[in-house]
Write a new protein. Structure first.
Length: 268
């Protein structure tokens, strides 16, 4: 079972959790940090090599959580063009295309291997989607799609994998292809999520920024940080809130606190 609440206040840590986080002050060396940045693509490619298409569950919750995919239509069967920025192996993309026959999707990912998995999927059709490899921090999206052409951009568990200093470059890139008046739908890890509390010492890269054992990185967002990030690139905030879920693992008798940030930002 799972209990969920939305709101603007961050999760409150237990005393034990707060003490553990306070102790973890040592940062990964600058040399290793530069190496991780340089090898970011290789590390994600290896991640997909190891896990193939089996790691993430298909995300059938997208249309439930983001009514925007229905609401941004002026009439029921209006064709929508979407961009899934950071599509992975298509866990979000394919349920969406199955669920809604009036969507054309652009989809891109950092990892060439992930892009190949998408192209090999039986549901992949060039009439309904165009997938391409792209480093959103430096490859211009306009090389693969027209300016002001997209009704919705989904940015789901993607920005957290990018160095905080480069996140604004992603938002700048996406801004160019989004139609005026249309939105970016965002969901990612929130501050004090269970995953953040599980990092062992020696994993910290910076404030709320950590490295996993496989070399992939994860940032945990505060509402304020995300808001400033989008607004600095010219977006207007529509919704920006924490989603706190208590997931109960009955078998192990564990209560796992998940924290996500779920948001919607509009291009004026």
């Amino acid at each position: 079972g799972a209990f969920q609440k939305k709101g603007h206040s961050a999760r409150i840590l237990s005393r034990e959790e707060a003490e553990r986080l306070a102790k973890d002050r040592v940062l990964v060396s600058e040399f290793k940090q530069l190496k991780l940045e340089k090898e970011a693509q290789k590390n994600w490619d290896l991640f997909y090599k190891r896990n193939s298409t089996n790691f993430f569950k298909d995300r059938h919750w997208t249309t439930r959580e983001f009514q925007e995919l229905k609401a941004c239509r002026e009439f029921a069967d209006q064709k929508l063009t979407i961009l899934e920025a950071g599509c992975g192996v298509g866990n979000c993309l394919f349920p969406l295309l199955e669920d809604d026959l009036n969507i054309f999707a652009y989809a891109c990912d950092f990892s060439p291997r992930a892009v190949e998995y998408v192209k090999k999927n039986a549901l992949y059709s060039t009439e309904r989607c165009k997938v391409f490899q792209c480093d959103l921090t430096k490859d211009d999206l306009l090389e693969n799609m027209p300016a002001d052409s997209v009704d919705v951009v989904t940015l789901i568990f993607v920005l957290s994998a990018i160095h905080p200093d480069k996140m604004h470059l992603v938002l700048k890139n996406i801004y160019k292809v989004l139609k005026p008046g249309k939105c970016v739908l965002f969901r990612d890890y929130g501050l004090y999520d269970h995953a953040m509390l599980r990092f062992k010492s020696g994993s910290k890269l910076g404030e709320n920024f950590y490295v996993r054992q496989d070399g992939t990185r994860s940032y945990f967002f505060t509402e304020e940080f995300l808001s400033q990030l989008f607004k600095a690139e010219g977006y207007e905030q529509v919704v920006n809130e924490y989603v706190q879920r208590e997931t109960v693992n009955r078998k192990e008798d564990l209560c796992v606190p998940r924290v996500f940030l779920q948001s919607k930002f509009q291009k004026p």
